[in-house]
Design a binder for this molecule. Sequence first.
Ligand code: HEM
Length: 250
Amino acid sequence: MQAAEAPAQAAPCRSCRAVEFLESSIGKKIMVALAGLFLCVFLLTHLAGNLILFLGGPAFDRYAQMLESNPLLPLAESGLVILFLIHIALAVRARLANMAARPVAYQVYKGKDARTPGSSTMALTGTLVLVFIIIHVATIKFQVGGAKGPDLFGHVTGWFHNPLYAGFYVVALIGVGLHLSHGVQSAFQTLGINHPRYTPMLKKLGAAFAILIALGFISIPIYFGFFNRAPATMQTNGSAMPIGPIGGAQ
Ligand code: HEM
């Protein structure tokens, strides 16, 4: 009698492998790390653009107009939304899976370098950053509430003249700094960029990046909220004419 032939194994389809990868805990971590690092590039360019606020209304509004007229802007904005969604959704799912697998946190001494203010507050600072982004995009980009400025410079600086709004930015941006202080070096580790010689350097680089981003952004609400409260029209070379359309700066 002939042995029954084993049924041929169907080759796993590509999309099934992608779903399997995203369902695995390492797959989620890798995607969170990659999306996080791309978001860091956005933060750096966003900071560089916003520092132009210090050069005054005409310079900032010219910059806003230049961005607005770039045909690639809608593509970049969609990419940004997708990156934020991937980063947040997969980080939350990884966290929940972790908590389900280990409902009671280990009480193990992990060495003096194991816990940092950044690493022990990732969920808290992540939530703060999310709340910040919702309020920031609603008020600055979609102009919900507040006085509408004559141009983007007037609109942004006008918001910062409200000390509560400026104070909230300072607190939220400290949260951004703390989140980055652990996030950047943790992303490198997740991606396997781990070497006794380079890891300490990457940790320092991550910390320096976090400080640069946090202090760079914080300087804006502090300056326009507490030091320079002149109306925007006084800062546009004396011209009271609106310069450029509202919207468009990154
Ligand atoms: C003092 C700090 C900041 C200032 C002055 C600032 C200013 C701006 C401005 C002027 C816009 C463009 C509004 C428009 O297109 O009409 C914008 C958009 C945006 N900002 Fe900020 N920003 C700051 C910090 C941040 C931080 C820390 C984040 C992220 C954690 C962030 C995320 C975004 C996002 C996601 C958008 C929408 C981008 C788009 O769809 O075009 N911003 N911001």
